[in-house]
Write a protein that binds this ligand. Structure first.
Ligand code: CMP
Length: 846
């Protein structure tokens, strides 16, 4: 076949056509291939064979007939097309730099990053340790059987150990496999592609004498290349996320930027810095996938996903056929001995995978290093570990590199192609049987119950609507009945195949809550889309609702309640911000955190209200009245608690709350205005030009909406002192002297200001808010203008009681030293404080 390719090339050059002709042939080749590839889609679904298997088969078939066609110029267009295909000269570089980034980026982008991280330890274990084990088992076995050098056999091991999930994932989609299984399989393949390529690069450098073959240096370069790739991917993706919001309204530049991201990350890593390009692309796509959704609007994101899906489809189709074309020539040189070796290679490969999946994965689970993976999942992962594009591309790289001895090229070429074809022909076509055997293609009993209820609800609604349409159209009762009756029967009794599963009330409550949680997430997406919340707030809300739904999935209703309560508590960043303000006197970080919390709570309250008003009604149709009432009660409780948290903030920062509410109204006005213009345009009342002028004017009027609202903490000592009657009696100069000594401090609701028995380090004045002094026999509340913590300072004894903030409290603290100094200077102050302390001691004793 290589000869034929050469001939085709020679023929092309002999024609000495200008460059355009080659370009023409290339365009013809690729577009023709695509046309053939898409024809495989309906064929694959009719024959129930995975699409990639069909593609490879077609590639091989094409390769076989191409030889005939190449010698028959009288076939005209067909002849030219085949010529074009061979002139494409698929090099491993083309596969690497053009197709691989697209393939990897697309599959990593589609992965649910949170779910991936739930299972990251088994995935990384399979992808790194598993791949290394498999490489070693294959390497040693093949070296002892074939007599080839160990390092060559290890190289072969690395090449055939990279799994390719494309075919299996397609089967998963058809059969509705559980999401976790798909994530495990896809995640493993994403990371083991990178590992295989890294190992491949290191081993080839050793074989070609470019590096020194010690285990330590190998491990070191592995770590450098692997983590270097992650670093580059992360950096480039963050840069991309930073640029995305500044690219204007249109989606097109944003999507284009993500395309450059995929290729630039790959090239910078692989070519410029010699670290793992695939790892860079995987990381970049994962970062974009987790952050990007809140940076660009949901509709833009949807567009982006579609474009990438398309690119992935093209890359995959082209790669498979192009490689398929080469297969006949590779296999033509196969001997009986090669066949035996291939048998041994397959046995070694599958045994290694068996050991990893059935040995290592459960051991990890038992040691608590990874979540358990069920037997059924492991069986599918074992049998579904197909090999594909990456293995073929790596084999191509060996076959094309003339620095490798010819027999090594042939050995690797035949073994890898044979391995890939075997998994495509045997595993890909039978993995669905394994899934069925373990019942993995079936819906769970709860999903079945949901399906049944959804079906019946739909039947009911359809029959009612058809009846009312019939009335409106004055269609006779008889005809209507003949159409509607079957629907009514189905609505009453359910359809054939529906199971009357015994789902408990508890299950229905869980199902309902799950639905509501998903609607909540959707509500935040809508708010972002309509500009009601900023991308930063959206990111917080998405993360929060994902955590809540994760906890619901893993721990049921109790975990749900615990998580939402936890989220209502102060974020660790806010607590950190409090410390920064307290110890470094820097209030900006705290102001920002509180502003964020304000907006999160505001959005959460809006979403919860809406869910209670509208969302529940839809859920009720499926889960029934009783379960729905329970969900409603849970939601009400959450709503009340969220409202309370918001009210606390609002009371402390009323001006900010008002500004926020004003802004939300302005945003609604802007949205309405926008829709009104668009409506007038679509009704042809105004033209496109007039609309765009109006929108331009509108944008100018709302520019201040873009600016961030700032929350003024009002934590300046002189402002706080001015609010306190305690200090107003003092003369202006002593007021100023005290202002210098007092340090403002904000206490969050529920925060313990100090504990009983704590050191006497400072006393506190309350500028606003209230605190609770926790005395053994009943608490005492202190409010604005009061002070506390003086007793320990006067007596130099530990604190006699703990003090907690009731709501937000603005406090002024006076350190022990300053306290002493101040009391020495100011007798008036001394006697006031001492008198209060005395009264308190008496009341405590009495
Ligand atoms: P100290 O002992 O430093 O810490 C606990 C504080 O609680 C104490 O100082 C007083 O400021 C305050 N405290 C103690 N008893 C009472 C009381 N009966 N009424 C109000 N405040 C009190």
């Amino acid at each position: 076949m290589e000869n034929t390719a050469q001939q085709a090339n020679n023929a092309l050059q002999a024609a000495s056509q200008p460059i355009e002709h080659t370009t023409l042939l290339m365009v013809l080749g690729i577009s023709g291939l695509l046309a053939l590839a898409v024809l495989m889609v309906p064929l694959a679904s009719r024959l129930k064979i995975p699409y990639t298997v069909m593609l490879a088969a077609m590639g091989i078939l094409l390769g076989l007939i191409a030889e005939l066609v190449l010698h028959a110029p009288w076939l005209g267009f067909l002849h030219e097309f085949v010529e074009a295909l061979f002139s494409l000269e698929i090099t491993s570089e083309a596969v690497f730099f053009v197709f691989l980034p697209a393939l990897v980026f697309e599959s990593a982008l589609a992965i649910d990053v949170r779910r991936l991280f739930d299972d990251i330890s088994p995935i990384l274990m399979l992808a790194i340790v598993g791949l290394l084990i498999s490489t070693a088992v294959i390497g040693f076995t093949m070296a002892s059987v074939t007599g080839a050098a160990l390092i060559i056999c290890l190289l072969l091991g690395a090449i055939v150990s990279a799994t390719d999930p494309v075919a299996v994932v397609a089967i998963f989609k058809d059969l509705g496999a559980p999401q976790r299984l798909a994530i495990l399989v896809e995640g493993e393949s994403l990371f083991n592609d990178a590992t295989a390529i890294v190992v491949f690069t290191i081993l080839s450098a050793m074989i070609l004498g470019q590096s020194d073959p010690t285990l330590l240096s190998g491990l070191f370069s592995f770590a450098k290349v692997f983590f270097g790739g992650i670093f580059i991917g992360y950096l480039t993706a963050r840069l991309c996320c930073f640029m995305l919001p500044h690219l204007g309204e249109s989606n097109l530049p944003k999507i284009s930027l993500t395309m450059s991201l995929a290729y630039l990350a790959f090239i910078i890593a692989e070519h410029s810095l010699h670290v793992s390009g695939v790892m860079a692309v995987v990381t970049a796509a994962l970062v974009l996938g987790s952050r990007g959704r809140s940076i660009i609007t949901p509709s833009a994101w949807h567009g982006l996903e579609e474009v990438w899906e398309q690119l992935g489809f093209i890359a995959n189709s082209v790669i498979f056929i192009l490689v398929g074309l080469k297969v006949p020539s590779i296999l033509a040189s196969m001997t009986a001995q090669h066949l035996t070796w291939l048998g041994i290679l397959l046995t070694a490969g599958f045994s290694a995978r068996f050991v990893v999946i059935f040995g290592l994965v459960p051991v990890m689970g038992r040691l608590g290093l990874a979540a358990e993976v069920s037997k059924g999942y492991r069986a599918v992962m074992f049998w579904g570990g197909l090999r594909g594009a990456v293995s073929l591309a790596l084999a191509l790289a060996v076959m094309e590199n003339d620095n490798f001895p010819a027999e090594v090229q042939q050995f690797i070429g035949i073994m890898v192609t044979g391995y890939v074809l075997f998994t495509l022909a045997v595993n890909a076509t039978t993995v669905h049987l394994v899934m069925r055997a373990f019942g993995l293609g079936k819906l769970s009993p709860t999903d079945e119950a949901v399906r049944d209820r959804a079906f019946q609800t739909t039947m009911r609604s359809v029959s009612e609507r058809v009846r009312s349409s019939a009335r409106a159209m004055h269609i006779g009762e008889q005809q209507t009945d003949s159409v509607v009756k079957p629907f009514e029967t189905l609505a009453r009794e359910g359809g054939a195949g529906l199971t009357s599963s015994d789902i408990t009330a508890e299950d229905w409550r869980l199902i309902g809550l799950r639905m509501i949680t998903m609607s909540e997430n959707k509500a935040y997406h809508k708010m972002l889309d309509e500009g009601e919340i900023s991308p930063e707030i959206a990111r917080n809300l998405f993360g929060q609702s994902a955590d809540i739904s994760d906890s619901l999935r893993h721990g049921g209703v109790d975990a749900y309640v615990a998580t939402y309560k936890d989220k209502l508590d102060y974020h660790w960043q806010t607590k950190l911000a409090i410390l920064v303000q307290r110890y470094f006197g820097l209030p900006r970080f705290l102001a920002k955190r509180l502003a964020t919390r304000f907006q999160i709570l505001e959005a959460e309250c809006t979403a919860l209200h809406e869910l209670r008003q509208k969302g529940l009604a839809q859920v009720q149709n499926i889960i029934g009245e009783d379960a729905c009432a329970e969900v409603a009660a849970l939601l009400e409780q959450r709503d009340i608690e969220t409202e309370r948290a918001l009210a606390g903030l609002r009371a402390c920062y009323p001006e900010y709350a008002e500004a926020l509410e004003r802004r939300m109204l302005q945003q609604t006005a802007m949205r309405l205005e926008y829709r009104h213009y668009k409506e007038m345009q679509s009704n042809s009342l105004i033209g496109k030009e007039v609309t765009s002028k109006l929108l331009e004017q509108m944008a100018e009027r709302y520019t201040d909406l873009q600016q961030n609202l700032t929350l003024d903490l009002g934590l300046e000592a002189d402002v706080l002192i001015a609010k306190m009657p305690f200090f107003s009696g003092l003369q202006a100069d002593s007021q100023q002297a005290i202002a210098k000594l007092l340090k403002p401090r904000l206490a969050l609701p529920g925060e313990t200001i100090f504990e009983q028995g704590g050191p006497p380090d400072a006393m506190y004045f309350i500028s606003s808010g209230a605190v609770r002094v926790q005395l053994g026999d009943g608490d005492v509340m202190l409010g604005s203008g009061d002070f506390f913590g003086e007793m320990a300072l006067l007596t130099d004894q530990p604190r006699m009681a703990s003090v907690k903030a009731e709501g937000f409290c603005e406090l002024l603290t006076l350190s022990k030293q300053d306290f002493r100094q101040l009391l020495q200077q100011d007798n008036n102050l001394r006697s006031t404080i001492e008198n209060v302390a005395k009264e308190r001691t008496q009341s405590n004793q009495g």
